[in-house]
Design a binder for this molecule. Structure first.
Ligand code: CA
Length: 526
């Protein structure tokens, strides 16, 4: 982009605001050039990059429209050419969850995409891993320190002998005791942990470390029959468990040795596996955004939406989530549901989440961060409209409650209801069966997961340049006029196949950037 030429971006011809694309923003007195929204206007204020300019005079109380929807109402008269910052907007009320359009929109008919494949690890239950990882399930936080040291030892002493195993990870978390385990909502953290243990990147191996006295006993976490096939054994047999309080353990070294030795047969079986060519339909991609700015909804999220459409056409599964960031777009979601039942499930999840927030005496507006606002996002409505485009244009085929796992026959576009918190959303998408993660960011976050490759997409070229060894794809090229959204979607689609096949590592994998698993626990703590 020529940094001297003012560049403004409008999302829809009906919008009365546009955002400034130029790095460093635009100064007061600047005249907008022909051929762009606001041509001929003189700026009354200096406007930072990513922030909004009024393209016409807006009367007090009139809607400020972006993405063709009112993102707010003017608190005072706003002359044309003004900086429309968050203090000038009154936020609209949340759309009521009744009388919504239900399964009313016919998704555009797109031809199936055939012939695309990747190299993956086929699991005993038919699912496919993009990595070959030994995961050690923990029933309770008390064992986390011991497991973490055991993982270090397995990495240094055993992994060099098993070159086809990518890594070993401890599935550590904060619970196991503390949670009122019989409270109705405790089902969410319990099933989340169970289902993460069954993630396709772990090859169907189950290895558990327990303390002994915890509320969440191994047989409650992984009851017989809750897992399809475990390391070749019958499904009614309990997985191998190391219990630290067992009388056989005399001293700390005994516990550590037991965990390290127990890992051997699992590593043997994982190491015997090889990648094989599988159809692209075996991808289960979780999409998410974090550290959003006004470009998220202009560059990175539309590119991810185009990628999502390609994946759905290829028969793959795409999960989108983040309840508070889709709440203001609820009528688009229910309209795009493939059936009445799916539309009702969307309403059920968002209604549950409204009441969850009410219990804490907040609402969806608690979502936006100081960084979002500094990046030009005035409120959650504007953020939501930019967030929802990650889901592309396909019809929504399935809905998952937090911690639920997708069945093998559930393909296509899935709304997996989760909080928007990056770590909780990522954790719940892992539980749902995600084998590849795509994460967009505008402000920048070094987010990564040990359990699954995370492909990070920058919204702006400036961020992609500054964080050249953290960002995997630069969607800022769209604002620079160097790439269109469809081409960006195809580029991401091919990048996904390369990363899924292990031909390419993500930056988070290269640097081993691993954020913690964070369980969503709406149940009381005792
Ligand atoms: Ca997020």
């Amino acid at each position: 982009m020529n940094r001297g030429t003012p560049v403004t971006l409008r999302m829809h011809p009906d919008d009365n605001v546009a955002i400034v694309a130029n790095e460093g923003g635009l100064p007061a007195g600047c005249v907008l050039p022909p051929g762009r929204p606001g041509a001929g206007l003189t700026l009354r204020d200096s406007v930072p990059q990513g922030h909004k300019i009024s393209l016409e005079p807006i009367a007090a109380g009139a809607p400020i429209r972006r993405y063709q929807v009112p993102i707010g109402y003017a608190r005072e008269a706003i002359p044309a050419g003004s900086w429309v910052h968050e203090k000038l907007l009154r936020m609209p009320e949340a759309r009521a969850l009744d009388a919504l359009p239900m399964a009313s929109v016919q998704a555009p008919v797109a031809s199936p995409l055939e012939g695309y494949s990747f190299e993956g690890y086929r699991n005993p239950d038919g699912s496919v891993g993009t990595r070959n990882i030994l995961a050690i399930t923990t029933t309770v936080q008390c064992v986390a320190g011991v497991v973490s040291l055991a993982v270090q030892r397995i990495r240094s002493e055993l992994l060099p002998r098993y070159p086809h195993v990518d890594d070993v990870v401890g599935l550590e978390h904060s619970y196991g005791c503390g949670v009122a385990i019989d409270a109705p909502d405790a089902v969410i953290p319990i099933r989340t942990l169970r289902h993460i243990s069954l993630n396709p990147n772990f090859g169907g191996e189950l290895m558990v470390v327990s303390l002994g006295c915890e509320k969440l006993q191994p047989q409650r976490l992984l009851p017989p029959g809750s897992f399809p096939i475990v390391d070749g054994r019958a499904p009614d047999q309990a997985p191998h468990t190391v219990c630290l309080q067992d009388a056989q353990h005399v001293g700390f070294m005994s516990m550590l040795d037991d965990i390290v030795q127990s890992a051997r047969p699992h590593l043997e079986r994982l190491n015997a596996r090889r990648r094989e060519t599988v159809p692209a339909s075996e991808l289960v991609v979780g999409v998410q955004c974090g550290g959003s700015d006004a470009f998220s909804g202009v560059t990175a999220n539309p590119a991810v939406g185009a990628m999502a459409d390609l994946l759905v056409r290829a028969g793959a599964t795409v999960m989108f989530s983040e309840n508070t960031e889709v709440r203001d777009a609820v009528e688009q979601l229910t309209g795009r549901a493939s059936s009445q039942a799916v539309a009702q499930a969307i309403v059920r999840e968002l209604d549950w989440y409204d009441r969850y927030l009410e219990r804490g005496r907040v609402d969806r507006s608690a979502n936006t961060t100081p960084g979002n606002k500094a990046g030009g996002l005035s409120n959650i409505v504007e953020k939501a409209m930019g967030s929802i485009v990650k889901s592309g244009s396909a019809s929504i085929d399935h809905v998952l409650s937090p911690g639920e796992k997708l069945r093998r026959d559930q393909r296509g576009l899935v709304f997996a209801a989760t909080p928007a918190s990056d770590f909780i959303c990522g954790t719940l998408q892992l539980a749902a069966g995600m084998n590849l993660h795509v994460f967009t960011t505008g402000r920048g976050t070094p987010y990564g997961l040990a359990e699954c490759p995370v492909i990070k997409v920058a919204t702006r070229s400036e961020l992609a340049r500054r964080w050249h060894d953290l960002m995997d794809f630069n969607a800022g090229q769209i604002a620079d006029g160097e790439l269109d959204i469809e081409a960006a979607g195809w580029a991401l689609f091919h990048l996904l196949l390369d990363v899924a096949s292990g031909r390419k590592k993500t930056w988070a994998e290269t640097w081993k950037l691993h954020n913690a698993l964070v369980l969503f626990n709406p149940a009381p703590i005792t």
